[in-house]
Design a protein around this ligand. Structure first.
Ligand SMILES: [Zn+2]
Length: 328
């Protein structure tokens, strides 16, 4: 295997390339406090050998890992958790209460991901999911402080992208590990105007109102920096937070324009709508890539965002029907 690709992006915070799809798409982080370690995110099962390689490059061993903390149980964040816990004998998994069951029994996650990505893609990119024994799981409630050898990591409940999503505040660097809650921003789309940030409205629990409240919570910490899973460290959280708030509203509005329309072909219309919207944003942000190149960078996200918005519309329709049927 090639040398692992990683860099220290802040004091004792290493950003590691997980190798999903292409370089620069999905990161995970290793946090260090002297010789004790915590992973935030795991990448997929296929990423785990790279993560172990990073530990040995730092002159440490898997025995030095105390915690594995996926922000949520989507597989680009937690798919490798079982494998990683099995490889690190002293590590415990720290996970949102709504994600814990899926980590003990990942069969539903595998079925859900197969539905989203297709069987072949799932097997190729995500590998196999290893169940985690209950006694190695710590359930993280909102506000729980994880003590990594004197370094405080605070777990905050942040629904909106997923209802099993938490973010982790690192007191030492004033930085937040935000998973998908603080949006996606690829370095390929950086311009002199800064990073381009957008909301991943992935299936199945997009909730724009809850998301805005989660952003209030994150920004109330007045963080100095954000460690994005997709991708890397970005600064000026308050400015980027405004961009993300707008992106959540724009994508929700784009979906609501399809509310009540013929379900046939709606998926395709949403996909075109999301693609046009994101490409237009990239171009007006000053991005000099061609439309085709932008489309390539955003390919996976355009698909997932469109699927997630459609699932959201279906959920809204169900709620309306249930409300209409309810007695006064
Ligand atoms: Zn996610």
């Amino acid at each position: 295997m090639n040398k692992p690709s990683f860099e220290e992006v802040a004091d004792g915070v290493y950003c590691i390339e997980t190798g999903l799809y292409r370089h620069g798409l999905a990161a995970c982080y290793l946090v260090r406090s002297d010789d004790r370690l915590a992973f935030v995110e795991t990448g997929t099962s296929n990423s785990v050998p790279r993560l172990l390689e990073v530990i040995s490059t730092l002159g440490l061993t898997p025995e030095h890992v105390d915690y594995v903390i996926p922000t949520h149980v989507h597989l680009d964040h937690a798919g490798g958790a079982g494998n990683l816990i099995a490889s690190c004998p002293n590590a415990r998994l720290v996970i949102h209460p709504k994600g814990a069951g899926h980590m003990m029994d990942p069969s539903k996650l595998a079925a859900g991901a197969t539905a989203v990505y297709g069987e072949e893609e799932f097997a190729r990119h995500f590998g196999s999911l290893v169940p985690i024994p209950e006694e190695r799981i710590i359930i993280a409630d909102d506000g729980m402080v994880i003590d990594l050898n004197g370094r405080s990591l605070t777990f905050i409940d942040t629904p909106g992208h997923a209802n099993h999503h938490g973010c982790i505040y690192d007191e030492r660097t004033g930085g937040f590990f935000t998973g998908d809650t603080f949006g996606i921003s690829y370095r390929e789309l950086d311009t002199p105007n800064g990073p381009l940030l957008f909301a991943p409205t992935t299936p199945v629990a997009f909730d724009p109102d809850a998301w805005q409240e989660s952003l209030d919570k994150i920004l109330s910490f007045n963080p100095k920096t954000i460690y994005l899973t997709h991708y890397g460290r970005v600064d000026q959280p308050q400015t980027l937070g405004q961009d993300l708030r707008r992106s959540i509203r724009d994508l929700a509005e784009l979906a609501l324009a399809e509310e009540g329309t013929n379900a046939e072909g709606r998926g395709e219309r949403l996909k075109r709508g999301v693609a046009d919207h994101l490409i237009k944003r990239a171009l007006s942000h000053g991005c000099t890539l061609s439309e085709a190149q932008i489309r390539e960078v955003l390919g996976v996200d355009i698909d997932l965002n469109a699927q997630g918005l459609e699932v959201w519309l279906v959920r809204r329709a169900k709620i309306r029907t249930a409300n209409a049927a309810a007695p006064e």
